[in-house]
Design a protein around this ligand. Structure first.
Ligand SMILES: [Zn+2]
Length: 137
């Protein structure tokens, strides 16, 4: 995380996010990505409890606690928070900026239309900064 302007995501994680986004559509999906120091990554899908899940996401707190506990057990740290925009662009919405509670995290946003896309951002101080997203095997 830190100040880097790029993020590396495993190919399997990438496809997992896209599959999760498709499975949840038209609702937004959400989840966390943990990474070990050797680069091994795990995806943690979370339930979206938002009042209108087709327009925003609110991750179930008990899912977050469980995911963070599993990350500690696997010696991972949180590197990214993902969600989808099933009918929108892969850019942070005004709500995403207002709800960006983890200034150090990378926010991954998946879009499905007109084509599948995953983009990465830092959302510090209300200003999205796009990061280069690199896929690794
Ligand atoms: Zn969003």
């Amino acid at each position: 995380m830190g100040q880097r302007n790029w993020v590396v995501i495993g190919r399997e994680i990438y496809y997992g996010i896209i599959t999760h986004a498709r499975d949840e559509a038209p609702r937004e999906c959400c989840g966390l990505i943990g990474s070990r120091s050797d680069g091994e990554q795990t995806r943690y899908p979370l339930h979206n409890l938002a009042h209108d899940p087709t327009r925003e996401y609110f991750a179930a707190p008990e899912d977050i606690f469980r995911a963070m506990r599993e990350m500690r057990m696997r010696r991972e740290r949180l590197i990214a928070i993902y969600h989808s925009h099933p009918r929108g662009e892969a850019r942070p919405s005004a709500t995403d900026l207002a709800m960006a509670f983890y200034p150090e995290a990378v926010y991954l946003i998946a879009a499905l239309e007109p084509e599948t896309e995953l983009r990465a951002f830092h959302l510090r101080s209300g200003t999205p900064v796009e990061l280069s997203l690199q896929l690794k095997d």
